[in-house]
Write a protein that binds this ligand. Structure first.
Ligand SMILES: CC(C)(COP(=O)(O)OP(=O)(O)OC[C@H]1O[C@@H](n2cnc3c(N)ncnc32)[C@H](O)[C@@H]1OP(=O)(O)O)[C@@H](O)C(=O)NCCC(=O)NCCS
Length: 241
């Protein structure tokens, strides 16, 4: 299949079943709550279809990338991914969420290495930039670690992949797409192949600008700023002269 034959669309109902099947097929040993399944896609269709990207070869789904906007404190991540992504069976998506949390990305096995994954990452990045979000956060599988489980720990494995000493089918692709590794986690989600080890990866939106603080309590905030205190003092001196 030529890469030029592939086109990209956002979520539509007719792509839900093949996209869910593709995710299940890529992660057969993971429990459903650790990935997007049909009910999540139907919810996304209702509230955030523009956050899911589908790669099509003709009418055939050959890639899918899902995600939601959520508030994330990278220093205070929950113990498990599903508490970040879901509450009471609904996703935690909020239009105002400060990060795009990337839940799944899968390219059809027969079509890997052709640039489809890169295009899906680029579409996510474009969404994040256009919505002025802080960036993209994801928990990444490290399938290559399964071969080294007995040799060294997951942090050492990740260090070797980041240093280019080893290649990981997933982490190397994420690094090639501008992601950095924030931390290495165990039991964030279930992945029997790698003793449930994963990375937390992060792509920063280069255009992100911290919004100004709300104006409501501004005077108290300004008084803690020493430059402003000096200026206020000078002004009050001038006024009393
Ligand atoms: C990860 C995945 C989505 C990448 O999709 P893809 O279409 O094969 O990736 P691309 O062809 O766009 O490659 C993107 C970059 O990653 C690199 N890359 C891709 N696969 C790689 C591999 N196995 N080893 C090393 N680098 C790899 C490519 O070299 C490319 O970089 P370049 O453009 O600088 O050459 C795909 O391999 C996949 O579906 N994997 C299984 C599911 C999965 O693990 N998803 C991630 C969940 S966290």
């Amino acid at each position: 299949m030529a890469e030029s034959a592939v086109r990209f669309v956002t979520l539509e109902e007719k792509y839900i079943q093949p996209a869910a099947d593709m995710i299940r097929g890529a992660f057969p040993d993971m429990p459903d709550e650790d990935n997007f399944t049909e009910p999540d896609f139907y919810e996304m269709l209702e509230i955030f279809p523009e956050g899911t990207f589908i790669a099509l070869d003709g009418d055939k789904v050959v890639g899918v990338a899902t995600g939601i906007f959520v508030d994330i404190d990278l220093d205070e991540l929950p113990r498990r991914e599903d508490s970040l992504t879901r509450t009471n069976g609904r996703t935690n998506h909020r239009d105002e969420g400060d990060y795009y949390y990337a839940v799944d990305i899968v390219v059809d096995e027969k079509c890997r290495g052709l640039g489809i994954g890169r295009s899906l990452y680029d579409l996510r990045k474009a969404l994040v930039v256009s919505r002025a979000k802080k960036g993209i956060v994801a928990a990444g599988v490290i399938p290559g670690y399964s071969k080294f489980l007995k040799e060294f720990g997951p942090t050492e494995y990740v260090r070797k992949v980041v240093a280019g000493e080893l290649q990981d089918p997933t982490l190397s692709a994420q690094l090639a797409n501008g992601f950095g590794v924030e931390s290495v986690r165990k039991d964030f989600f279930e992945d029997p192949e790698t003793d449930s080890c994963c990375t937390i990866i992060h792509w920063r939106n280069p255009d992100y600008v911290q919004p100004p603080r709300p104006r409501g309590n501004k005077s108290s905030v300004d008084l803690t700023n020493s430059n402003r205190v000096v200026r206020l003092t000078e002004a009050s001196v001038r006024l009393t002269n």
